[in-house]
Write a protein that binds this ligand. Structure first.
Ligand code: FES
Length: 152
């Protein structure tokens, strides 16, 4: 596998999550009381996921570099509380969008910051996509507090 094809998610400060490596993007859906994954959404091998909820093309970001979608402060040091993990438990890299909630990465999608530093190995992490988390880029449950609703 070449470096170009390797799955990775880059966090743009105040901007989207840039995903490379043909990582399948799905939605978490609750059907008959059970969580399931939708069929993969149509994306290219690379795509930009909105992290502020303000895009007109959700779940994708509708802007171009340098983005400047929202003001992202320094992480507060708040550690996210443990939360229920429904899906995906992927053997290979996968990304799933929780309804009105975070971006779930599983199966090894390394999350890197602006400098390229590793933030998380992406084996099982939830990243904020409402813009309100106090510990960006990780979801801290604030989407429930601010009542984030993804347009449908
Ligand atoms: S999606 Fe923003 S805090 Fe959870």
């Amino acid at each position: 596998m070449s470096d170009r094809a390797r799955p990775v998610a880059h966090v743009v400060p105040g901007g989207p999550l840039l995903v490379a490596g043909a990582v399948p993007l799905t939605r978490l859906e609750r059907i008959d009381g059970a969580w399931r994954l939708s069929p993969p959404l149509e994306t290219g091998a690379t795509y930009a996921l909105c992290r502020c909820g303000g895009s007109t093309r959700l779940p994708l970001c509708d802007r171009e570099a340098p983005y400047r979608c929202f003001e992202e402060g320094a992480p507060s040091g708040v550690v996210p509380k443990p939360f229920t993990w429904e899906l995906p438990d992927a053997a290979s890299p996968a990304i799933a969008l929780k309804p009105d909630g975070p971006i779930r990465l599983a199966g090894g999608v390394p999350v890197r910051g602006a400098s390229g530093a590793l933030i998380d190995r992406g084996l099982r992490v939830s990243l904020c996509r409402c813009g309100a988390s106090g510990c960006q880029p990780v979801c801290d449950g604030s989407h429930k507090v601010v009542g984030y609703r993804e347009p449908r």
